[in-house]
Design a protein around this ligand. Structure first.
Ligand code: ATP
Length: 343
């Protein structure tokens, strides 16, 4: 993967193609796309019916001949053709034509830490199919750390945890590089799945796709407290009829404890592999949480209690990675110049 700031400065576009959301940053314009990585396709004709928010609304509500597809899974583009069609629609005509016109369009794409060569190739193919002549691949962890405003290029430790939909990536960075890192295959999707399973097992209720949302709200309004409950609507497992149940915040918190513990294990593993000097830096600076799932209520407190380090949530955590890539292509990130003759 590239960390050459000189190469990145030649890019005109930065792309973060996530399992849940796609973000595109264009030089001198800023963030131009922030939409769900979802497309609705007519499987009889192959026509694309909707993309982004509109397609996500259709999820779970379509007749047989319409399929709602997600071309990115676990940090990898699993359907290159669909990812290209989705990106073409999301960026719109004007930008697409300008990509085609500019013979030297270069793009920067962020990929999860430890991405396999096949995943890297899929990202390159997706962007070259859209007209990019050169694709620079950047670690999401570095992009997100830059996007959160962490001084990654300094000789002191910074720790970032990027909680996405499909994965959680954890790293300690120093001097612009990753010192120790780990990717845990648990993110917002696994946490939502744990809640859905809880309702299935304990309330015999099947939740619709968006049914988890009121429970997120319940947890954030009750904070670390156990009390409080909310009503959720779904389908009775046996009768198939619409039914509502009251769910306690405490029960939900208990249901999501297992996936959250996997994230804590990932953080613990990275800290154990880190030199003690860097861990000492972290004691003061703390841990930065980025990615959309950083907003999961209780995650910040849980990490703080487990590590005894201060934990901060980035401003707009979901867009940190693409904003960091954007800062790199705009030339706002300066490499650290070490002067060996300095007193
Ligand atoms: N306010 C919120 N409360 C709880 N969870 C949230 C909130 N906002 C977003 N999320 C979760 O964040 C996840 C999306 O985060 P993000 O946009 O970082 O994912 P992504 O970059 O597409 O995923 P990945 O990095 O795994 O490819 C979803 O699982 C969503 O449920």
């Amino acid at each position: 993967m590239t960390i050459s700031l000189a190469h990145l400065r030649r890019c005109s576009t930065a792309v973060d193609l996530g399992a849940a959301r796609t973000r595109v940053y264009v030089k001198n314009q800023g963030l131009v796309v922030d939409a769900p990585t979802v497309a609705a396709v007519n499987i009889r004709t192959g026509a694309m019916l909707a993309v982004g928010d509109q397609a996500e609304l259709m999820d779970g509500r379509t007749p047989d001949y319409i399929r709602v597809v997600r071309p990115v899974s676990g940090g990898t583009i699993v359907d290159i053709d669909m990812a290209q069609r989705l990106l073409r629609h999301l960026v719109g005509d004007k930008l697409r034509k300008s990509w085609r016109r500019r013979r030297s369009m270069r793009a920067a794409v962020c990929l999860p830490y430890g991405s396999q060569p096949l995943s890297q190739r899929a990202a390159v193919e997706t962007l070259t199919g859209l007209g990019a002549r050169q694709v620079e691949l950047v670690d999401t962890l570095i992009a997100a750390a830059v996007g959160c405003g962490l001084p990654v290029e300094h000789p002191e430790a910074t720790m970032i945890v990027v909680c996405g939909a499909g994965t959680t990536q954890v790293a300690v960075l120093s001097l612009g590089s990753i010192v120790a890192a780990e990717t845990v295959p648990v993110g917002g999707n696994a946490i939502d799945h744990a809640v859905i399973q809880h309702l299935r097992l304990h309330h015999e209720l099947m939740l619709p796709g968006r049914g988890v949302r009121p429970l997120h709200l319940l947890l954030s309004t009750t904070g670390g407290l156990a009390q409080g409950s909310t009503e959720v609507h779904g389908r009775d497992l046996h009768s198939g009829q619409a039914r509502s149940v009251n769910v306690d915040a405490e029960r939900v918190r208990h249901a999501i404890a297992t996936p959250l513990t996997s994230i804590l294990d990932g953080i613990g593993a990275v800290l154990r592999r880190c030199p003690p000097d860097l861990v000492a830096d972290l004691g003061e600076r703390g841990i930065m949480l980025a990615g959309g799932s950083a907003l999961i209520p209780g995650l910040e407190t849980m990490i703080n209690q487990a590590t005894t380090m201060p934990v901060h949530i980035a401003d707009r955590p979901g867009t940190c990675a693409v904003q960091g890539l954007g800062a790199m292509i705009e030339g706002k990130v300066q490499p650290l110049h070490l002067d060996p003759m300095a007193p």
